[in-house]
Design a protein around this ligand. Structure first.
Ligand SMILES: [Zn+2]
Length: 462
């Protein structure tokens, strides 16, 4: 059972200052969002419920953006800090200007488009994504959420929609290389991080300068808890669930935790012709059994956890030598961190048993590349759900198996993500594709979720 509730409190009791104070609270829940929003001058959602974005225009803009860094396979190679990236950003800033937003580049190199709200003191509602790609990537990952956000601002300008909160459209820089732009805006980059070399060949420091940032003054790009009301990101699913289940919209429950280990198997390298099968300590044989065990253990219980051995190398690596040592990776992902720990323990125990069978030894050590799970905010999810319902679209609550800038924002404000179907579940490849209709659906959902968060509408599940 669900019911729709419009929260309205006495307008005189809640001045702009008090509202701003509430928004400064760390854990902004549905109540505080609604209370802060229940103020005079509300543009009522009933009048705005028929508002839709211009689908033909935004799909044309996506096709234009795809020209920057276009590759022969039909996708783009627009890695961050390349000339194609810089040109694509220029194009995007033109769209932001045309949408009557005040455009600026922060010192971390992120692009912002701002629009004032009607109520003084409120912190901005931020929404956007990224436009950089992986090498030989596709035309939709990040682009849909970025140009979709700009299209919404354009529609608001045309339709004369004035929100109470200021709105900020953001295009994060270098998402694909490791969420660098959103990471810089919500934390602090270390000297070591700034010295890392990105896919463009430039260091993060030089890259930020190349796209118009100022790596010496990163602090001024920093957003802290209380600076932002909330963050929405629209993105392609990058998996095949929505398409397979014939659903329109994914409401992201959270971005999964990623845990990684380095695995070493030690055996004994010996002559492949003279060592009897019974006398071998074959590290690669053990590693093969380990790969199979990871798959078996991860799939042994219900849930959406995934486990992968994605890299493997045998030493010395000759056809006539029994492998004496193997190095491989192990990666587990799920929203539930205790579940990851439990599965990892089961894998370790099984690795020990595998090792004992042929006199080999497993050493499994945690790497430093872990990511914590980032959960979306229930009140924000409700705004997305309300928006989808208004538009007559089907939804599914689902985890994001891929990393996104939204996980950086989750550290400082409530966030929610909206997924649209990826045809064939393909992503990070030139054949990545989402239909124009699904793109328009996703942008309309984002628009109405933003309006919902602004107006304080929420649908309370019972
Ligand atoms: Zn992306």
């Amino acid at each position: 059972m669900k019911r729709r509730k419009f929260v309205q409190t006495a307008s005189t009791a809640m001045g702009g200052g008090a509202a701003a104070g509430l928004l400064g609270n760390a854990g902004l829940g549905r109540e505080s969002l609604a209370a802060a929003d229940a103020a005079p001058g509300a543009t009522g959602a009933p009048q705005q419920s028929s508002l839709r974005v211009n689908g033909a225009r935004v799909n044309a803009h996506l096709a234009e953006l795809a020209q920057f860094g276009k590759n022969p396979q039909g996708g783009v190679s627009r890695v961050a800090y390349s000339n194609a990236d810089r040109d694509g950003r220029e194009y995007t800033m033109g769209l932001i200007r045309a949408a009557e937003l005040d455009v600026s580049i922060d010192t971390a190199g992120n692009i912002w488009g701002r629009r004032a709200g009607s109520l003084p003191g409120l912190k901005p509602i931020v929404f956007g994504s990224h436009i950089d790609s992986v090498p030989e990537g596709g035309n939709y990952d990040g682009h849909v959420g970025s140009l979709g956000a700009i299209e919404i601002a354009q529609r608001f300008a045309e339709a004369g929609v004035v929100t109470r909160h200021p709105l900020e459209v953001v295009v994060w820089q270098n998402e694909e290389g490791g969420l660098w732009g959103s990471h810089a805006a919500t934390g602090a980059l270390t000297a070591q991080e700034l010295a890392q070399v990105s896919n463009s060949g430039k260091t993060i420091r030089d890259g930020i300068a190349f796209i118009g940032g100022d790596p010496a003054r990163l602090e001024s790009a920093r957003r802290r808890r209380g600076d932002v009301t909330c963050y929405f990101e629209l993105h392609i699913e990058q998996g095949g669930t929505l398409e397979k289940e014939k659903l329109d919209i994914g409401i992201v429950e959270g971005i999964v935790s990623i845990a990684r280990w380095d695995v070493t198997v030690e055996g004994f390298a010996n002559h492949a012709g003279t060592t009897a099968m019974a006398d071998r300590h074959d590290a690669l044989l053990s590693a093969s059994r380990f790969v199979e065990a990871v798959n078996r253990i991860v799939t042994a219980e219900p849930g959406r956890q995934v486990g992968t051995v994605g890299r493997i190398q045998a030493f010395p690596g000759a056809p006539n030598v029994i492998p004496g040592r193997v190095q491989c990776s192990l990666e587990l992902r799920d929203l539930d961190e205790p579940k990851i720990a439990r599965i990892a323990a089961a894998i370790r125990a099984e690795a020990d048993r595998i090792g004992e069978r042929n006199g080999t030894k497993f050493t499994i050590s945690k790497t430093s590349t872990d990511h914590k799970a980032a959960l979306s905010d229930p009140a924000m999810r409700a705004h997305v759900g309300d928006a989808a319902k208004l538009l007559g679209l089907s939804t599914k609550l689902m985890p994001s198996g891929a990393g996104h800038d939204a996980q950086s924002l989750a550290k400082i404000c409530p966030m929610a993500m909206i997924f649209i179907p990826s045809v064939g579940g393909i992503s990070h490849a030139p054949t990545e594709y989402s239909t124009p209709g699904d793109i328009v659906n996703g942008i309309n959902v984002l628009m109405h979720a933003v309006l919902g968060a602004d107006a304080g509408f929420s649908q309370e599940a019972k």
